[in-house]
Structures are given as structure tokens and as C-alpha cells.
Design a protein around this ligand. Structure first.
Ligand SMILES: Cc1cc2nc3c(=O)[nH]c(=O)nc-3n(C[C@H](O)[C@H](O)[C@H](O)COP(=O)(O)OP(=O)(O)OC[C@H]3O[C@@H](n4cnc5c(N)ncnc54)[C@H](O)[C@@H]3O)c2cc1C
Length: 480
């Protein structure tokens, strides 16, 4: 197992109670600011950002273990900010729907949940107000959220640890980027017996008493109310309801009705054959571990085959955790900068090839191209906040074909994906686009115009692999 650079310095570790020393050595934990919990502290705070759920959350479990060890209550804090990068009303509505479930699930574990909005939402102010002894956070490998954690670690004067709560296998175990899934897969599989187990979900022993007049936001209210600098241009969707409880309902449906045929139907956009859990995974409303264990149970109970299980877990753990690995280790993950050298070279060689037709971003956004199948994918995304994986691959490759050059194609794909997909702004999105346009996690294919040796998908062959007419009809029947 790789040693972690960010571990507690030995000196400050000596000051820790014995249990905390053990907890700090978990590969899921990064000690961002070491030292002993403040002796005068009145509670432990978990600043929840990425893992927005009350159970099956290793960050909550760690915070509970520390709070119980210190004999303190636990306060979970969520700061709703109006300027989260590239988030709009669609995303916030989904997030907002999840807050009540977090409150309810945490209450069952004897844990207080506090939500605040600007201007009174400073984490540091809250830590002072409640008298925090120590802060726990979760992890988000994307650039801006990781920067926030680094800044916070510099500014705080109390211990700050983060927990890699949204992957099955802690990402710190892999100290480098894997160029292909087949290189990472055996290493991931070797770790699974250690991590594919139910979590403890222990209760906090001490209840936090909210001080009189303590300011906090009622979770069922509109968290965006009154925000002036906020992007309301993309409407919320009815197709998905946010929150852990809706995610669990969807998981049960998937396991009972779709998992058994996943390996044969997952590439059929006209069939409701995949879990559609990606928005819930993105917001941390459900843990990948909860999903993986439900899939394992279904196989044990004889409701699904090993082949269906292997195929599903290869997406949920294999491709998803490769995406986390990619974003964590490759700084330019959302632009052509991150393409491997062979892909940069071939794209450059073909960057002046004639684009015919060529489209403007606005035409793509409105789904006004000559390609009915592509337009259907775009409309599915705009109307429902989700697009089938098979279409996403085709969708991004066509943008490469129609945009003025590869760098712009990449930029447009990221803009549209992050704006409309409920699961957008996610490592999976950046790696999916990098795969489709930049050959990341792929190999060179045959040379052809525009694409060079980047893998090509033609409309004719894509449309033959599934009932594309049926899919197009389904999308055109969608209500707004
Ligand atoms: C161009 C492009 C853009 C994409 N954008 C996003 C995005 O913004 N957000 C996002 O979550 N996924 C994205 N993906 C990956 C994938 O398309 C979606 O995760 C999947 O379609 C979600 O549907 P589902 O939950 O029904 O998946 P299922 O088939 O039920 O799979 C279960 C889970 O496995 C993970 N998964 C499945 N396929 C992939 C994959 N190819 N790569 C990584 N993880 C995967 C997802 O978390 C998914 O929820 C993109 C792929 C491409 C090619």
C-alpha cells in the first residue's frame, strides 16, 4: 500500500489519543492539519461537501468515532453557496431535495445537521460559534473543491482531516494515474475483499444541544431563495428527485428489475436497462459501497448472474474509480492539455481538416444538427438531466467532428455536459469527454479525417447496434 504524503507528522501524532492515531492511519483518511483536538472543544464538526448523506458515509463514521472517543457531540455542517462552479438551478434543486433526508438520517444517529446560506455561512465562524475541537471533511478530487480544502487547512488552527468517502477503494492507494483500465483493474480487484463490507453506521453517544437563537436554515425551504448572482437558466427536472431515499428506491428497482439483464442491455439506449444512479452518486446521496453490496446480495440470492454483476461493478467501481484516479493525478483533466502525446499529435495533424457540416455551440445546444440520433441525445440531456452512456460517447465524438477544432470541441462538450447533466461537473464527465475526444484511457485506431487515430463512431453503425428509431421516438415524446 502506498504511503501518503499528507500524513500527520510524528510529533503531532504523539499528542493524539490512541484511537485517533489508529484512525489517522486509514488510507481513506488524509490529515490536512495535524495536532491534537482542542482540549476546550465542545463538539466535533464534519463539514459535509461532497458526500451528502447521513449513512454509509465513512466521513460521518470517522467523525462519530472521534466524537465518541473525545466524549463530545457531533455537528454536521453544510454550507450552501450560490457560486459553486458551473452549478445552476437544476443542480441546486436536486441538492435541496436531498437535505431533508440528510437531516432525518443523521437524527437517527443522534447527530445534529446545520445548514447555512450566504452571507452568514462562513465555516470558520461556525467552528468558533460551536467551539469545535476538530474538523472532519470529505474529499472531492476536482480542482476548485480541492483548493478550498488546501486553503482551509492553512487557515485553521485546529486539526482538519478529510475522508475519501465516495469511492469503494480509497484513491490514495494508487499514487499515479493509470493510462488504461486494464492496468488498474487487477489492483482494484485485489483491494476489494478489504473494502466490500457494510459500514458500521454507529450512533453518536452525545447529543448536541443547539444554543438558543442559533442561526440555521430550514432544510425544506428553497436554499436558493433571493440569490441574485445565481444561474437560474436551466430548469429543474421531474425525471429525478434528489436525496438518499429516492436513490435507495431507484437502487431497489434496478436490482429487482434491471440488474439481471444489465450485461446484455446496458448498451441499448431505447431500453430502461441501466441504474440511472449517476446523479445520486455525483451528489453523494448514495455510496458506491451501498450499491455494490446490494448487487452482491442480489447475486447471492440468485436474482442476477455473476456476468451481470461483473459487468455492473466494472462500470461502478472500475470506470468510475479510474475517473477519480484521472482527475486526481492529471491537472488539465477538463481540456485538451490532458490528452496523451499520440492523441495530441494526431489531433493537431488533423486540426485543419475541413469540418462539413460545422456547427456553432448555440446550434448544438438547441439540438439543431443534421443528425437525428445526436439531436435526440442532446434533447434527452436538456429535458431530463441525463443521457444514456452509449449516446454520450457518440454525442462527444460528433462534437469533435463538427466544432472548429479539437480544443474547442473539448471545451464545448464540457460546457454542455456540466450545464445540463445532473451528474455533470464530475470526474466521470471529464474522463468520459477525455476518452471520447482525446483518446484518454484508450488506444490509437485507424487514421481518418478529423479524428486522426482517435476511435471513431459512425452514425450508421451506432444506429444499427440498437433500435435507434425507437430511442428517437421516445425522446421526441418526452414532455418538457
Ligand atoms: C462523453 C461522456 C460524458 C460523460 N459524462 C458523465 C458525467 O458528467 N457524469 C457521470 O457520472 N458520468 C458521465 N459519463 C459516464 C457514463 O455515461 C454515466 O456515468 C452513465 O451513463 C450514468 O448512467 P447510469 O447511472 O445508468 O450508469 P450505469 O450503467 O447504471 O452504471 C452505474 C454507475 O457506474 C458509473 N459509470 C457507468 N459508466 C461509466 C463510465 N463510462 N465512466 C465512468 N463511470 C461510469 C456511474 O457512476 C454510473 O452511475 C460520461 C461518459 C461519456 C462518454
Amino acid at each position: 500500500m502506498a504511503a501518503k504524503a499528507d500524513k500527520t507528522p510524528e510529533k503531532s501524532k504523539e499528542e493524539l489519543p490512541a484511537l485517533l492515531k489508529v484512525l489517522a492511519d486509514d488510507p481513506r483518511v488524509t490529515v490536512r492539519r495535524g495536532g491534537a483536538p482542542l482540549p476546550e472543544g465542545k463538539c466535533v464538526v464534519y463539514w459535509m461537501q461532497r458526500a451528502q448523506r447521513g449513512f454509509d458515509n465513512p466521513a460521518v463514521d470517522l467523525a462519530v468515532a472521534i466524537a465518541n472517543e473525545l466524549g463530545l457531540p457531533l455537528v454536521v455542517y453544510f454550507s450552501a453557496i450560490s457560486n459553486f462552479p458551473h452549478a445552476n438551478l437544476r443542480h441546486y434543486c436536486f441538492l435541496n431535495q436531498g437535505l431533508a433526508d440528510i437531516e432525518e438520517d443523521l437524527a437517527e444517529r443522534n447527530i445534529a445537521f446545520v445548514v447555512r446560506r450566504p452571507p452568514g455561512n462562513s465555516l470558520e465562524a461556525l467552528l468558533g460559534e460551536v467551539g469545535a475541537a476538530m474538523v472532519i471533511g470529505d474529499e472531492n478530487p476536482c480542482r476548485e473543491p480541492e483548493r478550498w480544502r488546501k486553503v482551509l487547512a492553512r487557515r485553521l488552527s485546529l486539526p482538519f482531516w478529510t475522508v475519501d468517502a465516495d469511492v469503494v477503494v480509497p484513491s490514495s492507494i494508487f499514487s499515479r494515474h493509470f493510462y488504461m483500465l486494464h492496468n488498474m483493474r487487477p489492483k482494484l480487484h485485489a483491494e476489494l475483499p478489504r473494502y466490500l463490507h457494510p459500514l458500521e453506521n454507529a450512533k453518536a453517544q452525545h447529543r448536541w444541544a443547539k444554543p438558543r437563537g442559533f442561526e440555521h436554515f430550514a432544510v425544506r425551504e428553497d436554499v436558493t431563495h433571493g440569490w441574485r448572482d445565481f444561474d437560474r437558466s436551466v430548469k429543474p427536472v421531474d425525471h429525478f428527485t434528489g436525496g438518499t431515499h429516492a436513490a435507495l428506491k431507484r437502487l431497489r428497482h434496478f436490482v429487482q428489475h434491471q440488474l439481471a439483464h444489465y450485461d446484455t442491455q446496458r448498451n441499448h439506449p431505447e431500453v430502461d436497462g441501466t441504474s440511472q444512479l449517476s446523479p445520486y452518486l455525483h451528489f453523494g446521496h448514495i455510496s458506491p459501497l451501498t450499491i455494490a453490496l446490494a448487487v452482491e446480495d442480489a447475486v447471492t440470492a440468485g436474482h442476477a448472474t455473476q456476468a451481470a454483476r461483473d459487468s455492473y461493478l466494472d462500470e461502478l467501481i472500475g470506470w468510475r474509480e479510474l475517473s477519480v484516479n484521472f482527475v486526481k493525478h492529471v491537472p488539465g483533466y477538463d481540456s485538451i492539455e490532458c490528452a496523451p502525446e499520440w492523441a495530441k499529435k494526431t489531433l493537431e495533424e488533423h486540426s485543419r481538416d475541413r469540418r462539413d457540416p460545422g456547427y456553432a455551440l448555440e446550434e448544438l445546444e438547441r439540438g439543431e444538427t443534421c443528425d437525428e440520433l445526436w439531436n435526440a441525445g442532446q434533447v434527452q440531456m436538456v429535458k431530463t438531466g441525463w443521457m444514456h452512456n452509449y449516446l454520450r460517447m457518440y454525442w462527444a465524438k460528433k462534437i469533435l467532428e463538427w466544432a472548429p477544432n479539437p480544443a474547442i470541441a473539448w471545451e464545448w462538450a464540457v460546457i454542455l455536459n456540466d450545464k445540463y447533466e445532473l451528474d455533470g461537473r464530475d470526474p466521470n464527465g471529464y474522463s468520459g469527454i477525455a476518452w471520447a475526444i482525446g483518446g484518454v484511457h484508450d488506444r490509437p485506431w485507424f487514421d481518418r479525417p478529423i479524428f486522426g487515430t482517435i476511435r471513431f463512431m459512425s452514425g450508421a453503425s451506432t444506429g444499427k447496434k440498437f433500435d435507434s428509431k425507437r430511442y428517437i421516438a421516445q425522446v421526441s415524446a418526452l414532455e418538457v
